[in-house]
Design a binder for this molecule. Structure first.
Ligand SMILES: Cc1ncc(COP(=O)(O)O)c(C=O)c1O
Length: 365
């Protein structure tokens, strides 16, 4: 007997799935600057760590990822009870909606932000409240968040796609007055000057999520973690899939976290490339958000001095036709004139630079 739509749960029937950035086909040669991956390979230490686990793959992994929790807590000066590890930080964002939202408890987000928040809220059958930014520089109005009526609120800091950082003071005001759980998604915080870690001791309604996909070059491994009060962590733990982080992921993540010098070296190279590329954009007079992330969000200007949706689309299409992949978010008025460029290695950034210069010159012809 065929099973049709009438068998679907209400939340799945109404669900619109996440749309990831383009991943090239195997063998396709591209300069890939569209999904904020790290251009450098992960720490060389992971090789032996993974090989050392192979024989043990017949055994289930340690369910709570205890060794990783210990290591992460040491890194941030917290207790292991304040850490939970996930299958990428997406796993933890999903867990937060499982635990703190339902068809009565609403989810809030600043619009536009990371679009997965909408997806995990919809999977849970929760109503999503979109709070607009206070201005076109992506400023957050704490009062708007506090009065949103959400039970769970996601804030991305540094913000994606703009790269803007927010101060601990902005979050302090929200955390004091907001009557629900605040998730600060710090996927890009390793590239930033500020973070919200200092607020964990002050507020028991705060969850900070981090990922190893960006600053540790482990997007393909899927490891992220959340930091929160022991009470919140134990709630999240109850809803966690029992073996959510596999043996290879636990071993490789641990080896990467311990290799501090490699982490710092690759992060510094990315920061250097970010600064260098931002200075070209400045020279051209392209409005660019100050970035605390491994990407730049910039508004292209054409040869006639024009900006806007058509100019952004034209450059995006030109770069795509030359196999240089970056990201364009045409859906929102705050993003439709801008393009987001992930920071690659020096070679990739040079190809991007030359291709943009080509676009600028062929425009003038
Ligand atoms: C703001 C933000 N949060 C979370 C993630 C997902 O991270 P992970 O790979 O750990 O699931 C991304 C990935 O692009 C992101 O941009």
């Amino acid at each position: 007997m065929a099973h049709g739509p009438r068998h679907l749960s209400r939340s799945i029937a109404n669900h619109r799935p996440y749309v990831p950035g383009k991943q090239p086909e195997i063998g396709e040669e591209t300069v890939k600057l569209n999904t904020n991956e790290n251009p450098y390979p992960p720490s060389p230490e992971i090789k032996n760590a993974i090989l050392g686990e192979l024989e043990s793959l017949r055994l289930y992994p340690n369910s709570p990822s205890n060794e990783l929790r210990e290591c992460i807590s040491g890194l941030h000066g917290l207790s292991a009870e304040q850490v939970i590890v996930g299958n990428g930080s997406d796993d933890l964002l999903n867990l937060c909606t499982r635990c703190f939202s339902d068809d009565n408890l609403k989810v809030g987000m600043l619009d536009p932000s990371y679009s997965l928040y909408e997806v995990v809220a919809s999977l849970q059958g929760s109503t999503l409240i979109r709070i607009p930014f206070a201005d076109d520089a992506f400023s957050v109005d704490p009062e708007a968040v506090i009065g949103s009526g959400a039970n769970l609120f996601f804030i991305t800091s540094p913000h994606a796609p703009s790269g803007r950082e927010y101060s601990a003071d902005c979050f302090r005001q929200i955390l004091k007055e907001f009557e629900g759980i605040v998730v600060i998604d710090e996927a890009y915080a390793d590239f930033a000057e500020q973070n919200a870690l200092g607020l964990l001791d002050e507020f028991s309604n705060l969850v900070i999520t981090r990922t190893m996909s960006k600053s540790y070059s482990l997007a393909g491994l899927r490891v992220g973690y959340a930091l929160a009060s022991p009470d919140l962590v134990s709630i999240l733990d109850q809803a966690r899939e029992v073996y959510n982080v596999d043996r290879l992921a636990q071993a490789a993540a641990l080896a990467s976290l311990r290799d501090r010098s490699y982490f710092e070296q690759t992060r510094d190279s990315i920061l250097k490339e970010r600064k260098k590329f931002a200075s070209h954009l400045d020279e051209w007079g392209w409005k660019t958000c100050a970035s605390g992330a491994n990407f730049l969000f910039t508004r292209p200007v054409d040869s006639k001095g024009m900006t806007g949706r058509e100019v952004a689309t034209d450059l995006y299409d030109y770069l795509t036709s030359k196999n240089v992949l970056i990201r364009y978010f045409p859906q929102h008025e705050l993003t439709s004139s801008y393009l987001r460029i992930s920071i690659g290695n020096a070679g990739d950034m040079n190809i991007l630079l030359e291709t943009i210069i080509e676009w600028k010159t062929q425009e003038q012809l």
